[in-house]
Design a protein around this ligand. Sequence first.
Ligand SMILES: [Zn+2]
Ligand SMILES: [Zn+2]
Length: 258
Amino acid sequence: MLETESTTLLIDAGLGRKEMLRRFEAIGRARPERVDAVLITHEHSDHSTGVAQMAREWNCPAYLTEPTHREILKMFADDPENPGRKAKIERVEYIQPGERFEIGDIEINSFSIPHDAADPVGYCFRKNGVKVAIVTDLGYLPELVKQHLREADFLILESNHDLEMLKMGPYPWHIKQRVMSRTGHLSNTIVSDFLADSEVFDARARHIVLAHLSEQNNNPDVARISAAEALGRRGCDFAFGGTLHIASQRTPLGPFDL
Ligand SMILES: [Zn+2]
Ligand SMILES: [Zn+2]
């Protein structure tokens, strides 16, 4: 959730209503009275399963690309527990990757990311010179994505797996290949290489959140040590002075004031 004085956005909706409300409670928050929009990155269920429900809960539109919407309709149309209803988003606003738009007082940039989904995007948000960037679910970091991560004051970045743990782990080989591919997920190593490189990453962020960690193929301590070591490799002129956080799949993080 991203909130200014006048605008509240939800980015992705991988949880159902009950779990969502439990998590608001866990960070000492009541259910938000008003949410202006739900923004979806791509159709995979860990990002989209609650979109129709959330949009209904707050009677707000969902922002997503047309191919993403089409896939969500397909995925949930035949849900035996909830036929049709899970997919039916009442108000849809189509966006294009690369498009810049505004919701309330927040300026938003969407941009394509390489992932095995129909039309996946990452998002940057700006308000009063403060920039928040959210990028998860991508196989590598293209130049364009690195550009969008510049000048972020708050960065949420996927650090999905440790390569050795993935290789030795329980996933079938074709899934391992999928995760490791250029349209899969970012490894701790790719993230570390990015964080260490002061020519591509400016380290201006006050907070870096490593997110979307695999429970099978990663470990919060392994991801943290890898990223902290990489940040420590930066020259002192470009040192990272912020805080590194590791997001968990089970418990909410925050809130953070920016
Ligand atoms: Zn995901
Ligand atoms: Zn995904």
